[in-house]
Write a protein that binds this ligand. Structure first.
Ligand SMILES: [Zn+2]
Length: 385
């Protein structure tokens, strides 16, 4: 099928941005909740997972980033014609007709992804400056930042927080980081704080790198945003909600666990641990405020159509929901809570779940760890969610 789609200017689909300071053009995608169709035809809902293969042609001075690791060929010095063979094999050499000069074309061929939901696919491209971290103890990391913001980027801090946080989640979730790399892409005009695309996190560059001197509260948020998105690699990306009515489980969990991770400190995170719970109280207030509004809803929301999905990105889902997860951690105890999580990830990896699946694993974890005590989590979820 041949399908052409224009770039978007409204921060969803494949958004295009031109930096007014140097006239450089950048692209990034934002597909949650259902914008993948703006780039290619697909069945776009979270329980329809598929492996994605991707080949990108772009100007040689651009870099292309997606969910998996890529091999890149500049046609200018592609002496054994590997790049051209990739195009021929896929029947897309006709794309070269869009360029006046083929020697100006770079081809990036991405490895096939595991089975993931379409809202987690990503593509970013542009003349990004790239910072790299290859530590044999961790998956490779890169940061992509537009050239005019390089001086504001804290790349060592970002790499360091990521490693500390991967250690924390791997230890407590009982499952290794499920993907092959972590790329961090600083994105202008961003619609949200950040987005947990598989292996390719996009961030609002305003939050992460718009100023040279950041206060401790701002750096705490900087830390927690990274930790929130990394948490989604397990909670959301490895195990995904069946439908958007369970979005709270994704977001409440990532919000609550990111503050837990921050409060534990560790290398690079230590200076911000004291602020963690104080900062989370802001989320709680957001939840309380929206709970008082006539438009409030249950945490486990009604979501009759895809159109409703984005209206659930609100204070109830994030603020009230994360407070409930915090309550659950308190009720079960951290070690027992983690025991439930380990069962959850083992049982449901690479598939989709609904609230009863989560409650069931947590109940099993509790019953196995504390057989002499009573805690009815069905009753808890009925009462509070
Ligand atoms: Zn999130």
């Amino acid at each position: 099928m041949r399908y052409m789609a224009p770039y978007n200017k409204n921060r969803v689909g494949l958004h295009t941005f031109t930096d007014s300071s140097d006239n450089q053009q950048y692209l990034y995608s934002q597909f949650e909740a259902f914008h993948a169709f703006r780039v290619f035809p697909c069945f776009d809902q979270p329980d329809l997972k598929a492996k994605m293969s991707l080949i990108v042609l772009c100007p040689t001075e651009w870099r292309a980033v997606s969910n998996a690791i890529e091999r890149r060929y500049n046609l200018r010095d592609d002496n054994n014609r590997s790049g051209r063979h990739i195009l021929e094999r896929s029947g897309i050499e006709w794309f070269l007709h869009f360029y006046d000069d083929e020697s100006e074309v770079a081809i990036s061929e991405f490895e096939q992804t595991p089975r993931i939901s379409t809202y987690l696919y990503a593509l970013c491209a542009g003349p990004y400056q790239v910072f790299e971290d290859y530590d044999p103890m961790y998956v490779p990391q890169r940061i992509f930042v537009r050239q005019s913001l390089v001086e504001f980027l804290r790349h060592e801090l970002m790499f360091g927080i990521t490693k500390t946080t991967l250690d924390f989640y791997q230890r407590n979730f009982g499952a290794r980081y499920p993907f092959t790399k972590v790329d961090h892409v600083m994105s202008p005009d961003y619609k949200y704080g950040a987005m947990e695309n598989v292996g390719c996190i996009t961030y609002s560059d305003e939050i992460m790198c718009s100023e040279k001197h950041m206060s401790v509260p701002k750096l705490t948020f900087f830390t927690v945003v990274i930790q929130h998105e990394l948490c989604h690699m397990w909670f959301g990306n490895l195990v995904t909600m069946k439908w958007w009515n369970d979005l709270w489980l994704n977001e409440a969990f990532a919000t609550s666990l990111s503050y837990k991770a921050c409060s534990e400190g560790g290398p690079f995170v230590e200076p911000y641990k004291d602020e963690a719970w104080l900062h989370m109280s802001g989320y709680k207030r957001w939840g309380l405020a929206e709970d008082l509004m006539p438009s409030n809803h249950k945490i486990q929301a009604e979501c009759p159509t895809t159109d409703t999905a984005e209206s659930l990105i609100d204070g109830i889902t994030y603020g009230k929901g994360s407070s409930m997860i915090k309550q659950l951690i308190f009720l079960m105890g951290w070690e027992v809570f983690c025991k439930g999580l380990k069962i959850y990830f083992k049982r449901h990896a690479w598939s989709n779940t609904e609230l009863p699946d989560f409650i069931n694993c947590m109940q099993t974890g509790f019953n196995e760890s504390r057989p002499d005590e009573e805690l009815d989590l069905d009753n808890w979820s009925e009462k509070w969610l």
